[in-house]
Write a protein that binds this ligand. Structure first.
Ligand SMILES: C[C@](O)(CO)[C@H](O)COP(=O)(O)OP(=O)(O)OC[C@H]1O[C@@H](n2ccc(N)nc2=O)[C@H](O)[C@@H]1O
Ligand SMILES: Nc1ncnc2c1ncn2[C@@H]1O[C@H](COP(=O)(O)OP(=O)(O)OP(=O)(O)O)[C@@H](O)[C@H]1O
Length: 268
């Protein structure tokens, strides 16, 4: 069984509070984007994993294997071989690992007819990472707490052209959180995304940008260049380093190739 695991972007991200458990409370809008990894599970003699298209190691930290082991604590799962094809860049704020983890939970649920509901899958997903539960329903969502309290919202960007650029920079999520200063939000993101997208630029921000733009001016430069090319909204996603841009129509961004790897939306 095979599943394409897509990436996400964060449209606005407020880090509101540092918690006693080391995590941070936040408010964000998750939105799925059409950049994909592929996860396949096959019956096998023993548990194993192969990764294609990435230096990432198939060790115990891999989120696909962690997803298998998590379900195996509650269900009598037969061994499987997991094949992972990586296309979503790592350390980009695109949630690739989280998406792979949730895809693995869904594949195991389907293949072995475990009968888990989306709500139950989200509870398992939350044990694997704060970004993971979103990928179970994979729809435009307002997220609170550490990113795991989800409320679907009405937001459809399918009429727009979304482009991503990932500079040659790997940002660790934990490091990014260590350097962010929690703030009380001045804007209600759920309301802000209902405004015309042309107004988002003035209102919607990602709190990680302040510190990371200072540390890595090349990320700020990407955002500036997207606006020069006519983007109606552009932002770093999650804790970086990728930047996305929303255009009203298909736009040639090839002049930005020197700044990093460009990802164009695709249909499967
Ligand atoms: C930046 C975002 O991508 C925004 O969507 C997420 O908040 C990151 O979520 P994630 O990568 O799934 O994060 P996890 O794998 O759960 O945690 C990695 C590390 O990030 C920090 N972390 C993560 C989420 C959160 N709300 N507060 C945190 O402080 C913690 O130090 C944690 O040890
Ligand atoms: N299947 C996987 N794909 C990618 N990374 C994985 C995977 N399994 C474990 N990891 C580990 O998780 C870390 C974060 O991966 P991921 O791609 O989700 O982060 P990210 O791009 O910063 O996204 P975000 O911060 O939005 O979750 C990597 O450093 C990697 O070592």
């Amino acid at each position: 069984m095979l599943k394409f695991a897509n990436a996400k972007i964060n449209i606005g991200l407020h880090v509101t509070e540092r918690r006693a458990d080391g995590y941070h409370n936040l408010e964000t809008i998750f939105y799925p984007v059409k950049i994909y990894d592929a996860v396949e599970i096959q019956s096998a003699e023993e548990l194993g994993m192969e990764i294609h298209g990435s230096e990432l190691k198939a060790d115990d930290d891999n989120l696909c294997l962690r997803a298998y082991r998590l379900l195996a604590t509650d269900f009598d799962l037969p061994p499987v071989k997991i094949h992972l094809l990586k296309r979503i860049p790592i350390g980009a704020g695109l949630g690739g690992g989280s998406s792979d983890a949730s895809a693995t939970l869904q594949l195991l649920n389907d293949q072995f007819k475990l009968g888990l509901t989306d709500t139950q899958l989200e509870t398992y997903a939350a044990q694997l990472g704060a970004d993971c539960p979103f990928f179970i329903q994979n729809k435009a969502t307002y997220a609170e707490d550490i990113g795991t309290k989800l409320s679907p919202i009405d937001l459809d960007l399918s009429a727009y052209y979304i482009v991503l650029l990932k500079p040659d920079l790997h940002i660790s999520t934990a490091e990014a959180y260590k350097n962010v200063i929690p703030l009380t939000p001045q804007v209600d993101l759920r309301r802000a995304v209902q405004l015309p997208i042309q107004e988002w630029k003035l209102i919607i921000k990602n709190d990680f940008e302040t510190g990371l733009f200072e540390l890595y001016p090349q990320i700020a430069e990407i955002k500036r260049r997207f606006y020069e090319l006519g983007a109606i909204y552009s932002s770093m996603t999650g804790s970086g380093s990728a930047v996305f841009a929303i255009f009203e129509q298909e736009t040639d961004v090839s002049e930005l190739n020197a700044l990093g790897q460009v990802f164009l939306p695709m249909d499967l």
